[in-house]
Design a protein around this ligand. Structure first.
Ligand SMILES: C[S@@+](CC[C@H](N)C(=O)[O-])C[C@H]1O[C@@H](n2cnc3c(N)ncnc32)[C@H](O)[C@@H]1O
Length: 300
């Protein structure tokens, strides 16, 4: 177990990533580079034309820093606040994780934004972390951050969507898939879960956190591109544009999707304080998936 004050444990682990511990880069150059990205509008980098911009998420159009980071000589506030630390603490308390959950493991960090969680997983003793991110500007930023603190073999970031992880180098490659804050952003959560199941080695586990609904029935709420939530940071600032939440699952719905994707020993729950769904599942063998109606019928 990570102990009673697991938040403090993870906070301390993360604090090593300060300007004193940079490798390969001068501290001032590092600071200037990070600050030069903030607020930059660069939809072309994401492959969007100007007339598409109004339909896309603000986060894909304009650069927003992800997780809070105290670099010592300067600080960056992130749209996700201290979520990288809070979530790790929540997972460890809800599912009695131990240091063995991450230590010496190869870990896939899905939807890494600017890389706060990627760094934290590495600090928890991971053998290696591969982070993926569909928004290119964030993948580039996370890559720069990771390169500035860690040797190549410890962590790498790839600009790719989860749907592009159905590749030979992702198959049976990971001991742990860390998947918070993403499943409700996906139009096809079952396919994504199957791809992540295939990415795990036998004996591996997946940790999921999601926006969701507090129901004891296996329901999902379909939002789609047009629904803006009152408490959502993006919509509060009237920045939200299309494609924010697709299906928001109840704990039972998420558990069913996970079982359909192949996971066993699935546990899921509603975290009242956070107002979010948490789940864990294991891969204990290779098993098939029902192919009827799958968007990619030839998925393994
Ligand atoms: C709410 S943030 C969560 C960030 C981080 N995982 C966390 O929990 O703090 C969702 C992130 O997932 C990324 N994302 C959304 N859909 C994705 C996809 N299909 N493939 C990869 N990344 C995706 C978003 O661009 C964003 O960076």
């Amino acid at each position: 177990m990570f102990g009673k004050d697991s938040y403090r444990f993870f906070e301390q682990k993360f604090s090593q990533y300060n300007s004193d511990n940079l490798i390969n880069v001068d501290a001032k150059e590092f600071e200037n580079k990070l600050k030069s990205w903030l607020g930059k509008v660069d939809y072309e980098v994401e492959g969007y034309s100007e007339d598409e911009v109004a339909r896309q998420r603000d986060l894909s159009i304009k650069f927003h820093w992800g997780h809070n980071h105290h670099f010592g000589s300067f600080n960056l506030s992130g749209r996700m606040g201290n979520r990288h630390i809070e979530l790790m603490s929540d997972f460890s308390e809800l599912f009695s994780l131990t240091q063995d959950t991450f230590a010496d493991k190869s870990i896939l960090d899905v939807g890494c934004w600017t890389g706060g969680t990627t760094l934290l997983l590495a600090a928890c003793g991971a053998k290696s972390v591969v982070a993926i991110e569909e928004v290119k500007k964030y993948a580039d930023a996370a890559d720069y951050l990771v390169r500035s603190f860690l040797p190549k073999e410890k962590a790498k970031v790839e600009a790719r969507s989860i749907y592009q992880c159905d590749e030979p180098d992702f198959k049976k490659a990971f001991d742990v898939v860390y998947f918070p804050g993403v499943v409700y952003h996906l139009s096809d959560p079952v396919l994504a879960l199957r791809i992540l199941f295939n990415a795990l080695k036998i004996g591996g586990c997946i940790l999921i956190e999601s926006s969701g609904i507090n129901s004891d029935q296996p329901y999902c709420q379909y939002d789609g591109a047009g629904v803006f939530h009152k408490n959502d940071r993006e919509s509060q600032k009237q920045l939200n544009r299309g494609g924010w939440n697709w299906f928001r699952p109840s704990p039972k719905a998420l558990a069913r999707m996970m079982r359909d994707a192949g996971f066993v020993n699935v546990e899921s729950c509603w975290h009242g304080k956070r107002g979010r769904v948490f789940a864990i599942g294991k891969k204990i063998d290779e098993r098939g998936i029902c192919k009827a109606g799958l968007s990619v019928p030839d998925i393994e």
